[in-house]
Design a protein around this ligand. Sequence first.
Ligand code: CTP
Ligand code: CA
Length: 220
Amino acid sequence: MTEKSFKGKTVLITAGPTYEPIDPVRFIGNHSTGKMGYALAECFAAHGAAVQLVSGPTGLHTNHTNIEVKRVTTAEEMYKAVLKRADAADIWVFAAAVADYRPKTVADKKIKKAGDELTIELVKNVDIAAALGKEKEEWQFSVGFALETDNEAANAREKLRKKNLDMIVLNSLKDPGAGFAHDTNKITIIEEEATHTFELKKKSEVAQDIVDLIWKRTNG
Ligand code: CTP
Ligand code: CA
C-alpha cells in the first residue's frame, strides 16, 4: 500500500462509449475505447479503493479484485446503473463518452434500404454527470472529462460549473498521439481555482496524475 491510500473509499467510474440502437442490427456510437476509464479504475484499485466501474461496450477487461464491473449498452442503462451506485460512492469519475442523442424510435425490424435519403430523428439523452451534480453531497467529489476542439479551457470551465464538478480533465485533440484509440494522452486539469497542465504520457501515467490530484483534494 502506498501512502496515497483510498482504502475505505468507494469510487464510481463511467467508461467507454454508449450505443444507441436504431434497429436490431444498427446503432449510433462513438470512437471511445474506454482505455482512460479502465486505467483510472485500475489505478484507484491499486491504491486500495473499492471501484464500481460502469462500462459501455468495450473490448477491455479487468481482473482486479477491487473492481466490480457493470456492463451497459445505452446512456439510459448507464444512467440507471450510476444512480444505483452513486449514493454509496465518495468519488464519481465520469470518463464515459455518453451519446448526447438517441434515435427517437427503435425499429423492431431491420430498416430496409429504400429511397436516396433516410432521416433518423434523435432525442436528447440524460446528462448523467449534470443530473448527479444536482444530488451531490458535501462529502462527495466529482470529476468530469471534456474533449474540445475550440475554446478548450473556456468550454471545459463552463462544463465544470454546469455539471457541479469539482474537477474537469480536458483532453487535447491538437496533439498527435492524444485522444481516442491512442495509448497516450495530453491533459489539462481544471479546477475552480487552479489549472494544471501535463505532458503527453501513457494513459496509465495520465491516470496516476489524475488520481494523485484527486487524492490531494479529498485528503487535504
Ligand atoms: N456526460 C454525461 N452524460 C452525458 C453527456 C456527458 O455524464 N449525456 C459527461 C461525460 O462523461 C463527461 C462530461 O459530461 O465527463 C462532459 O462531456 P461532454 O460530451 O464533453 O459534454 P457535453 O455536456 O455533452 O457537451 P458537448 O458534447 O456539446 O461538448
Ligand atoms: Ca457530449
